[in-house]
Design a protein around this ligand. Structure first.
Ligand code: SF4
Length: 192
């Protein structure tokens, strides 16, 4: 049984991939990108959850066009992420999109079987650290240095790199949650 340090799971996510998606955000990332798009998710603290329990909380008849996994750094929790991907591919769809702060070359250099398995099973990878100065407010990647590897469904993701970017606002108990890649900060000073 694998576990995940999970921040949030939400449906429907409309701004991070094709169609209506299940969105999952893990906690924990050590990259410390300048103007990190999710600074509240850098901390690895908090309780972990069994992936089986996360799955059990999702209705049996759940439908979605795909799964988007972000964070935090998903590949720092490869075992739990892989279990979740297996379930999603078997029950719902093989359109799985993963954001990572690592480059594809860094992931491949790990020579880690779990990492390699994730890369074989997902449809889309958006890789590399977020660079605020290269946020051009286009597409579903945070900055133009990040590459989008489309291994399945090229027709669904043809605008992923340069298309119009949108964000979605969702009401939470006492706040408004923004889902989607945020626009470039207005106070950019050139630091990366
Ligand atoms: S890789 Fe993502 S979560 Fe990690 S510090 Fe950079 S922007 Fe933040």
């Amino acid at each position: 049984m694998s576990r995940l340090c999970l921040e949030r799971i939400y449906y429907p996510v409309l701004t991070l991939g094709y169609g209506k998606r299940l969105g999952l955000w893990v906690r924990g990332c050590s990259r410390n990108c300048y103007h990190c798009t999710s600074p509240e998710l850098q901390d690895y603290g908090g309780e972990t959850q069994e992936v089986a329990d996360i799955i059990r909380a999702i209705p049996e008849d759940f439908q979605a066009d795909g799964l988007t996994i972000s964070g935090g750094e998903p590949f720092d929790q490869a075992e739990g992420i892989l279990e979740l991907i297996h379930w999603f591919r078997e029950k719902i769809s093989d359109d799985v999109l993963v954001y990572t702060g690592y480059t594809l070359a860094e992931l491949q250099a790990r020579e880690d079987p779990l990492t390699d398995q994730i890369l074989r099973e997902i449809a889309v990878l958006i890789d590399g650290p977020y660079v605020e100065a290269l946020n051009d407010n286009r597409g579903i990647r945070g900055s133009s240095n990040q590459k989008i590897y489309i291994w399945k469904y090229p027709e669904r993701y043809r605008d992923a790199d340069g298309g119009e970017r949108t964000v979605q606002f969702v009401g939470e108990e006492h706040s408004l949650l923004q889902i989607g890649v945020p626009p470039k900060s207005e106070n950019i000073d050139g630091h990366e």
